[in-house]
Design a protein around this ligand. Structure first.
Ligand SMILES: [Zn+2]
Length: 244
């Protein structure tokens, strides 16, 4: 599943189509895609894992879910796009994703301050939201898109490893400095992810996600599907402290 930094990279990759008019539309989506034809792209935006195509009177939201993908100026021989947008200068094809229209202005719909990749990111707001949910497990808190829009499972596992916090710790039990560190690293790791992904070296930098041995302690990692979100976690019982 593409996490927030990957959506920012997509936004950069399609920047050349901003200001262009959509000439043709196709795909197996059931939304009324014909209304996209002859629309001029006002802007490409992103909020967390949402890729947003802003048009004069409405917007298109693309969510890649678990298996979504895209191709720019090429297609896949073996797959029908969910949605294909053709411009004079190229095309964007979206696959296996969820697409829908947003009728309201995006600034009324989205809480940009919660997006870890946004220039409007507000760490104090994230802290306040965390403090209002003391019983939440940290592994769920990091995946909560109302607090950390854009953070996905890779970022979750790597952040908890970085700050040496056990995924089953509760938010309310974390010392204040640790909680601030959690918020700071959720954003910092997202930007590291962004740089590494652009250089095609993201996986090489994983220290915990999908790993079998803790690089700090050289003991086996534990793994399991934890929390309300039930997503894969990788952690070290030796160096990641359980605050509960
Ligand atoms: Zn360790």
């Amino acid at each position: 599943m593409p996490e927030g930094p990957s959506i920012v990279i997509l936004k950069e990759q399609v920047a050349a189509f901003a200001g262009q008019t959509i000439r043709r539309v196709s795909g197996n989506t059931t939304i009324e895609k014909e209304r996209l034809a002859n629309q001029r792209i006002e802007a490409f935006r992103s909020w967390g894992k949402h890729f947003l195509v802003e048009l004069p009177d409405f917007s298109l939201r693309v969510h890649f879910m678990l298996f979504g993908s895209y191709r720019i100026n090429e297609g896949k021989d073996w797959a029908v796009p969910r949605l294909s947008l053709v411009f004079d200068v190229g095309e964007i094809n979206f696959y296996a994703c969820s697409v829908r229209f947003i009728e309201e202005p995006l600034d009324l719909v989205y809480d940009w301050w919660a997006d870890v990749m946004s220039e409007h990111w507000d760490p104090d707001l994230a802290l306040r939201r965390l403090r209002s949910a003391p019983g939440m497990l940290v592994c769920d808190a990091l995946l909560d898109q109302d607090i950390f829009a854009g953070v996905g499972n890779i970022i979750k596992n790597e952040v908890l490893f970085r700050i040496r916090v056990h995924p089953l710790s509760t938010v309310g039990a974390l010392p204040a400095a640790r909680l601030r560190e959690l918020v700071r690293e959720a954003r910092q790791y997202s930007f590291d992810f962004y740089e590494w992904k652009k250089q095609f070296v993201l996986r090489k930098h994983w220290l915990a996600h999908t790993k079998t041995t803790c690089p700090r302690c050289l003991v086996p990692f534990h793994r399991g599907h934890l929390g309300r979100t039930n997503r894969r976690s990788f952690w070290c019982e030796n160096c990641q402290v359980l605050y509960a």
